[in-house]
Design a protein around this ligand. Sequence first.
Ligand SMILES: *[C@@H]1O[C@H](CO)[C@@H](O)[C@H](O)[C@H]1NC(C)=O
Ligand SMILES: *[C@@H]1O[C@H](CO)[C@@H](O)[C@H](O)[C@H]1NC(C)=O
Ligand SMILES: *[C@@H]1O[C@H](CO)[C@@H](O)[C@H](O)[C@H]1NC(C)=O
Ligand SMILES: *[C@@H]1O[C@H](CO)[C@@H](O)[C@H](O)[C@H]1NC(C)=O
Ligand SMILES: *[C@@H]1O[C@H](CO)[C@@H](O)[C@H](O)[C@H]1NC(C)=O
Ligand SMILES: *[C@@H]1O[C@H](CO)[C@@H](O)[C@H](O)[C@H]1NC(C)=O
Ligand SMILES: [Ca+2]
Length: 533
Amino acid sequence: MRVAPATVMLLQVVLFLQCIALTLSQYDICKSLVSTDDGPIWEYYACQPKPASMKDYMRIRVDPPGITCGDPPERFCTLENPYLCSDECDASNPDLAHPPQLMQDTERSGLITYWQTVTWSRYPEPLLANISLAWNKSLELTDDISITFEYGRPTIMVLDKSLDYGRTWQPYQFYADDCMDAFGMAPKRVQDLSATNVTRVICTEQYSRWVGSKNEKSVRFEVRARFAIFAGPRLLNMDNLYTRMESMKGLRDFFTFTNLRLRLLRPALGGTYVQRENLKKYFYAISNIEVRARCKCNLHAGQCTFVDGNLQCECEHNTTGQDCGRCKRGFRAKSWRPGSYLPTPNGSPNTCAAAGSTLGNCECYGHSNRCSYIDFLNIVTCVSCKHNTRGQNCQHCRLGYFRNASAELDDESVCIECNCNQIGSVHDRCNETGYCQCKDGSTGPKCEDCLPGYYWKQGCFPNVCDDELLLCQNGGTCNQNQKCMCTPEFKGVLCEQPRCEGEDCDAACTSYLSLASLLLCLLANQLAQLTAY
Ligand SMILES: *[C@@H]1O[C@H](CO)[C@@H](O)[C@H](O)[C@H]1NC(C)=O
Ligand SMILES: *[C@@H]1O[C@H](CO)[C@@H](O)[C@H](O)[C@H]1NC(C)=O
Ligand SMILES: *[C@@H]1O[C@H](CO)[C@@H](O)[C@H](O)[C@H]1NC(C)=O
Ligand SMILES: *[C@@H]1O[C@H](CO)[C@@H](O)[C@H](O)[C@H]1NC(C)=O
Ligand SMILES: *[C@@H]1O[C@H](CO)[C@@H](O)[C@H](O)[C@H]1NC(C)=O
Ligand SMILES: *[C@@H]1O[C@H](CO)[C@@H](O)[C@H](O)[C@H]1NC(C)=O
Ligand SMILES: [Ca+2]
């Protein structure tokens, strides 16, 4: 069958749009008004701002002072044509200046603008430059960091990050044309990483080798390839990534930062050693730094705005702070917690609770995401508590379950089944430590054992015989506390009666000399004869 090309295209567009919807529309709303039998109520969800280009908001600082070219004006050559040195950098001439802000400007009509350093005239002293990028806000990477170098990429550089506004730094990735030589590290590629070591800091040679300055301009910090380890090559299975973000220690923090720093340690050399006779062709030039990220709002905000020169989460769920990292005053009934990506697709908002009020304070500890207003009681209560919980806030365990002392109230395993022995216990409920209520004779936490003096047979029954007080007599032996196994001559529960019949009886009787047994025996004989008629 042939399908018209237009249909195919339409199908592709639909599929494409669905993919976009899948990957982008997740966790984008914090609350919605839903109608229930009891009227409309707010439902709250984990939410996060959309990714944005963060280059518009970064503050750039370059070190050391005087590293930017043009003061005094200087001529420079290119690696491709080292004898044509007609270009000039002059800080006092806007057309020839290369200030740092050209790393973050929007380039129009194809005109490439770039920051440029002085040339390596002081060789062999190394040509070093630091570029610090500050946002004064915690951000989470959503795409590759891409730095575009004009005139060749550095042969050695380090990307650092800070999580605490620049107080402390840690390496994020090392870049060198020879990792072993530059850093003593074996070269790796992000493709070498797996789920177990995705947060490993590697040295890569992929972006530092000389391939001509026009061919490959960008140095990347690969975020998508790391995401793909969990979400698949086309990032369609974002649920899996978000699930790992919750469960894998350090994974979320790995993509989080407040500052970035590029340490440029050696410029492009054009594939050869440094040629002392022409040092004007060695320098750094960066035309763009692309950082796509979202504000980290702890899943408590769907928007992030730029106010008074700073990014700020628009906090929901009655949280506050730059990253929605606290509960608002008056909403500190329980301690603050970040929202959770789980359970997918809407996550758990983990909202802050109003202190002292029951109305509007409907915390369900993650066991329900629906509340309902009960008119005549004037309370809001959680609906269909899951994980074997019950109560207005799903804060109790269902009957037949008890509280797991080592689990928080919002833990999925907060309630443990009592598991009372059906036969040994009065009912299937237990006390706070998991002890069941036992019937007479049974014991143990689950009433699965018998008290001393009792034996188990579909329940606990008092012993018939034992080795102490209820001894089997006349040579009988006790079988599992349930029954005396008597010798042929005796019967009765404890084998206390002679099995007397006719003459055998007298014989049996006379073989015992004790008066008591004789009397007993005679009596029994009489009785046997009486009942025989
Ligand atoms: C770049 O930053 C590092 C770490 O703070 C520092 O040791 C180094 O001296 C700086 N380099 C320059 C050129 O400022
Ligand atoms: C950083 O952001 C905080 C909170 O928005 C603000 O109070 C502080 O002044 C900012 N610092 C700088 C240097 O802008
Ligand atoms: C990561 O782990 C995989 C196997 O799980 C291994 O093959 C790879 O070499 C490791 N990568 C690094 C950088 O250690
Ligand atoms: C936050 O507090 C307001 C009252 O100030 C309340 O109306 C709203 O429902 C609360 N939101 C959440 C998510 O608890
Ligand atoms: C009790 O909770 C802890 C912490 O979540 C969990 O590791 C443990 O498995 C739970 N116990 C039971 C019996 O479910
Ligand atoms: C639960 O029952 C057991 C056995 O009767 C008892 O030892 C324990 O103290 C009880 N725990 C509570 C919290 O009542
Ligand atoms: Ca530029």
